[in-house]
Ligand binder design. Structure first.
Ligand code: GLU
Length: 468
């Protein structure tokens, strides 16, 4: 086979949806797997809904995900001359024709068809053979319709779904060029996929109904028809079409919520595609394994908890300096200045085991940079009789030890033994006193990072509250 060429062709009418991102991921991986070429094309012909901001949001999301393209971005609105040229050719060849019907006229036609119990469809009234002797109404800018074959069946072997066929009798003469000279989706997409020499068109299965129309246009152009693979939709846990109710649906929201792009790609690669039982795999591994045959034929269900779990797996092994850089802006939003406390890299190393997202990681780091006042409930729960005396003894020892985790733990043990107490009776309140929280990593590790002086200050601040 010739060199593989695939594309992603989003319409810039909003943010990049997770479903779109997954389609892009599959299309990209297929090209990469086969040493092919991946093209980005912005389908901006819906001039009312397309925005520059959406285009930028799509480009940003592609960059974040690491989905690099070899050609493009191409913009359809910069290719209008080409669509007009191909359209004129089809008209000259008798494969398309100008239609002057007004909207009102077509509404009336459909109304009558419905009244007769027929399926509403364009009746071909401006097909050349029906328009003989008809005078085009003055001042009406015509649209152009494709002359769809009347009989026969359009069949293709879908790379995901297997054989699909449509009877031509089901398809009417679709509009390919609007009166303003902008092509419709089904026409622009064919001209582009043809010009850009696409070998494989991988897209959402909401386009299955468009594919037979597109195949007919390829044939009318004498163009080679690419292979098609239609990827099933992503649904929510309840089986409904994925929407905001099911969690974030914009790719960039996952960046904002503290997901790592490799975790996002891993999760969405696995959603509706499988390689044995593998769940956690790198993008390089994915590219090596990816094949269209293992895309599931039924819709996948989005599970935000599993995405979070995958993210936590990636956080555990992520580089500390990278995590520190990612967490820093979130900490600053929380009113913390990470340059005023322990090195953030060391803090994230301690905390990354337990975090599901970078935002959680940053939240968990707050007490290192800003003392948190314990709640009354925590004080009541953890401050037992004799605590003040034990804490004084501990602070005494803390004054002279080497400040490291082991020495801190030893000092705590010695105080517990000397007072005939138990470790949790010292460790828990000490945690609450110094961090304002009941759940942190091992307190000796926390205090080591917090530092001797800061520990002393925080204990001093809470000392008057401790029962003696
Ligand atoms: N612009 C179309 C969409 O976003 C592209 C469909 C296709 O890939 O052909 O749905």
């Amino acid at each position: 086979m010739s060199v593989i060429r695939t594309r992603f062709a989003p319409s810039p009418t909003g943010y990049l949806h997770v479903g779109g991102a997954r389609t892009a991921l599959f299309s990209w991986a297929f090209a990469r797997r086969h040493g092919g070429t991946f093209v980005l094309r912005i389908e901006d012909t819906d001039t009312e809904r397309s925005t520059v901001a959406s285009t930028q949001a799509i480009l940003d999301a592609m960059t974040w995900l690491g989905l690099d393209y070899d050609e493009g971005p191409f913009y359809q609105m910069q290719r209008l001359d080409r669509y007009r040229e191909v359209c004129d050719q089809l008209v000259r060849d008798g494969k398309a024709y100008r239609c002057y019907s007004s909207k009102e006229e077509l509404d009336e036609m459909r109304e009558q068809q419905r009244a007769r119990g027929e399926k509403p469809r364009y009746d071909g009234r401006w097909r050349p053979e029906n328009a003989v002797g008809k005078v085009p109404p003055a001042g009406v800018q015509p649209i152009v319709r494709f002359r769809n074959p009347d009989d026969g069946v359009v069949v293709w072997d879908d790379l995901v779904k297997g054989e699909i066929s449509f009877a031509n009798a089901e398809l009417d003469d679709l509009v390919i060029m609007r009166a303003d000279g902008v092509p419709t989706y089904n026409f622009g997409v064919v001209v582009d996929d043809w010009d850009m020499a696409m070998t494989h068109v991988i897209r959402g299965d909401d386009h299955v109904n468009n594919t037979p129309r597109q195949i007919n246009i390829y044939r009318a152009l004498g163009a080679e028809v690419p292979r098609f693979g239609h990827v099933p939709m992503i649904l929510g846990q309840d089986g409904e079409r994925l929407s905001k109710r099911h969690g974030a649906v914009s790719v960039m929201q996952y960046l904002e919520e503290g997901y790592l792009p490799e975790a996002f790609c891993n999760y969405f690669a696995r959603l509706g595609w499988s390689h044995g039982d593998e769940e956690v795999f790198s993008i390089a591994q994915f590219v090596e394994w990816f094949d269209l045959a293992h895309i599931s034929r039924s819709p996948a269900r989005f599970d935000p908890e599993k995405l979070r779990w995958i993210n936590s797996q990636y956080l555990k092994v992520a580089d500390d300096s990278r995590l520190a850089a990612l967490a820093e802006p979130f900490l600053r939003q929380d009113g913390c200045d990470p340059s005023t406390g322990p090195p953030l890299e060391r803090v994230v190393r301690l905390l990354k085991e337990r975090a599901g997202t970078v935002v959680e990681l940053a939240d968990a780091a707050v007490y290192f940079y800003r003392p948190l006042v314990p709640s009354e409930a925590l004080r009541e729960q953890h401050y037992g009789p004799g605590l003040g005396v034990m804490i004084d003894a501990l602070m005494d020892r803390f004054g002279s030890i080497d400040w490291n985790r082991t020495a801190i733990a030893d000092a705590m043990k010695q105080v517990v033994v000397a007072h005939g107490s138990k470790m949790p009776r010292l460790a828990m309140p000490l945690r609450v006193i110094t961090t304002g929280e009941a759940h942190t990593p091992a307190i000796d590790a926390v205090l080591e990072l917090l530092g001797r002086e800061e520990t002393r200050i925080r204990v001093g601040r809470e000392r008057a509250r401790l029962p003696t």
